[in-house]
Design a protein around this ligand. Structure first.
Ligand code: NAD
Length: 464
């Protein structure tokens, strides 16, 4: 948007769009399960038919290959749609729950209902997945949706807008493209649900915009994700798992390893194995297993975190290509620039520790991370990790793979977000659950009526 007039026009357009979606939602059309299933199937068909174009667009944006796009974006998204189609009738059914004696002979049940008009704001690093997966959640729950994908991957934003806007009723689904001014205009409207993926700083802006309307908000944010190794870890396989997870998507992955905590005694072996593993992958665009940094601003930010004196491996880059080689930094201290904020790029800082207490203290002194990982074979250490370290989702003896299980909730805690989604949790995320007591009128006791007595209270207490 360049001029004040176009800003005003855009605000008006957005206000009208929200109004139209609200009016449509009130017709109850989107609440029908058949309608929801039909729309989900239509979306899947559309994406399957245009899969090649989806691959081309993301390749143009940051060099992501077809295989990596299938692995990290398209297949998980298809899986989410298929899981919804398979389970929706079951999830959307009212669920009976026990009725207490005090309310006898009533029935009690929980009725899921859609929230209304949803705004989904996506992040750029997995542009399809982080925009369309929450949109699918909103659709399965029976809402109308306005989707604002990230503006940074231009081509992917464009293709999502084209496919959806040309094939769906705007009163039901609409993609609105744009950056900060457009998102600000969108946030000036009232929604029944806002689902945001991005940085904690912008998450606060979103939460503030939602507050005057008490709009239900889910915030999928980021943080510094620790990976703690213990001396008894199966080092070879652990390093193999972690290195792939760290450098896939060039480290532009909200749940990947941000930094490693390693006992001093095994640091040398760890570093050697890590380098061996990086070399085996031969990460590059040509090998279809590496991507560019999304833009020059992010490239400059990530490069500025590299302290060449502490580089153990890698540390090379090309601004022209927007490529940073897989980099490991050692002898890192908590005061270093790289430990001040989320890395979100292909640099892995390694910090040594003497005792597990020290390692846990380091983690707990940061904000609660989106993810945390432990590599250990010791049951007591695992138990301690789960009890003491707060995190959104995570893993023991693996990194990032929790995201691939649709039966696990995905979301942050504290500074890394609020709310959760994926699979059934997406349905819950975009629904309200009405608690209903349904009483027949044939019988009525006088227990709660006509004055209180010790005897009445005793009976009520027993029946409650
Ligand atoms: P971002 O916060 O800069 O942008 C996210 C979205 O907000 C974009 O659509 C953008 O247009 C919009 N936006 C940016 N600034 C805005 C402003 N001032 N006002 C209104 N809207 C604004 O985040 P990003 O750079 O796209 O993504 C990186 C961050 O997202 C990292 O912190 C990462 O950890 C986090 N992330 C989290 C998840 C998750 O699932 N929890 C997934 C991916 C990324």
């Amino acid at each position: 948007m360049n001029t004040i007039t176009s800003e005003i026009d855009f605000e008006k357009e957005v206000a009208q769009l929200v109004k139209n979606q609200r009016r449509y939602f009130k017709t109850n059309v989107t609440k029908s399960i058949d309608f929801r299933l039909e729309q989900l199937k239509k979306l899947k068909k559309l994406l399957v038919e245009h899969e090649d174009e989806l691959h081309q667009a993301i390749f143009n944006d940051f060099g992501k290959s077809k295989y990596e796009n299938q692995l990290t974006e398209i297949y998980p998204l298809f899986d989410e749609i298929d899981t919804a189609i398979k389970n929706l009738r079951k999830w959307a059914k009212p669920k009976s729950v026990k009725t207490n004696l005090l309310n006898f002979p009533a029935k009690s049940y929980i009725v899921p209902e859609p929230l209304g008009v949803t705004l989904v704001i996506g992040a750029w690093n997995f542009p399809y997945n982080l925009s369309l997966t929450p949109m699918v959640g909103s659709m399965m729950a029976g809402n109308t949706t306005i989707l604002k994908p990230s503006e940074l991957p231009v081509e992917t934003s464009k293709i999502m807008a084209r496919l959806i806007n040309e094939n769906f009723d705007p009163y039901y689904l609409r993609v609105v493209e744009g950056g900060i001014p457009e998102t600000t205009a969108l946030l000036n409207q009232r929604y029944d649900k806002i689902f945001f993926t991005g940085s904690p700083n912008v998450g606060k802006i979103v939460n503030k915009a939602a507050a005057p309307h008490l709009t239900n908000v889910t915030l999928e944010l980021g943080g510094k994700n620790p990976v703690i190794f213990t001396e008894d870890a199966s080092l070879k396989v652990s390093v193999k798992r972690m290195i792939w997870a760290k450098f896939v998507n060039s480290g532009q992955f909200c749940i990947t390893a941000d930094y490693v905590l390693i006992p001093k005694s095994i640091q040398r072996e760890f570093l050697e194995l890590a380098v061996e593993e990086i070399k085996k992958h031969n990460f590059s665009l040509e090998n279809h297993n590496y991507v560019r940094i999304i833009n020059e601003r992010n490239f400059d930010r990530v490069v500025s975190l590299i302290d060449q004196d502490k580089v153990y491996y890698g540390g090379t880059y090309s601004r022209e290509e927007r490529i940073i080689s897989p980099t490991i930094m050692h002898n890192v201290s908590l005061d270093d620039a790289i430990m001040q904020d989320e890395v979100f790029g292909p640099i892995l800082p390694v910090i040594t520790y003497d005792t597990l207490d020290e390692a846990f203290d380091i983690v707990k002194n940061f904000e609660k991370p989106l993810s945390a990982y432990l590599f250990s074979n010791d049951a007591a250490t695992k138990e301690r990790f789960l009890r003491e370290v707060p995190f959104g989702s995570g893993g023991i003896n693996d990194v990032v793979m929790q995201i691939s299980n649709p039966n696990l909730p995905f979301g942050g805690v504290g500074n890394s977000g609020m709310g959760r989604y994926h699979g059934k949790f997406s349905f819950e995320c975009f629904s309200h659950f009405k608690g209903v007591l349904d009483k027949p009128t044939a019988i009525e006791t006088n227990l709660k009526y006509y004055g209180y007595s010790e005897k009445q209270m005793k009976i009520i207490k027993k029946l409650s």
